[in-house]
Ligand binder design. Sequence first.
Ligand code: 3HC
Length: 285
Amino acid sequence: MSDSLRVAVIGAGTMGNGIAQTFAMHGHSVNLVDLNEEALERGMSTIRRSLERFVRKEKLSAEQSEEILGRIQPTTDLAGAVGEVRIAVEAVFEREDVKRGIFEQLDKHAPSGAILASNTSSIPITRLAAATGRPEKVIGMHFMNPVPIMKLVEVIRGNRTSDETLAETVRIAEGLGKTVGVARDYAGFVSNRVLMPMINEAAFCLYEGIATREDIDTIMKLGMNHPMGPLTLADFVGIDVVVEILDILYRDFGDPKFRACPLLRKMVEAGKLGRKTGEGFYAYD
Ligand code: 3HC
């Protein structure tokens, strides 16, 4: 285990709670920040359920699970939460204006030497860094869902990120048991620039009647040895998230190859957002 750090994670949703859990599982003290108690309670109960899975699999003891929970401090006070941190990781939803507002706050309240990282899946880091007075300390730390299980952290170097910040971030990520892939700062980086067109094309295959949803998923899952077919994965990621990322790719590159499939947009309008709403390409209990 690496040295124990004081860390803040901003946003207790799917990614934020997974990131907080992962830091705590590696001995770090985490302040988990969200706007209200309900969001924090939802985040903490997801963490409890995930830790229970590790206990059931005998990968953690019940005592270790309690210790990990004890290292996570939920709070609605962002300024207080970041006052003494070495690194703050922002993981709120993909709206640039909201993220920029948070980076302004982080810059104001976090120690001057602290790293300010974003878990953004597609918004350029350089634009978030511009909202701060320390762009050399701002970096992308893109975790994958489910965060406690997935091995990758995609680290994104903004235009003004320093070598020291990059090296320290890689060290921190590796200390979490992750493997790092470094990408330059263009929309979607590598992961979503490659993944989202695949999901989009799978949606077009369904939209154009090329194959059933099951056949599309079977072909890609067994044919390419992927753990999930692309439509199942879209439900897992969230159809709204898929459309948001495609829209950012489309806007930033101005390239029609990133045009979101109309079926995906229709699903968002209908509230069929995937697992989180109980229905997407498939229905869930
Ligand atoms: N917490 C704790 N343990 C978990 C967990 C969680 N949240 N989710 C899964 N697990 C564990 C299970 O307990 C199980 O443990 P075991 O190996 O000891 O038995 C193991 O993970 C596998 O889970 P399951 O048996 O339930 O099911 P699968 O074998 O299908 O694995 C999966 C589930 C890991 C989600 C796998 O299907 C998978 O890897 N899917 C693809 C995920 C993926 O592509 N993620 C990236 C999405 S893109 C993204 O995040 C970027 C963003 O910007 C959009």
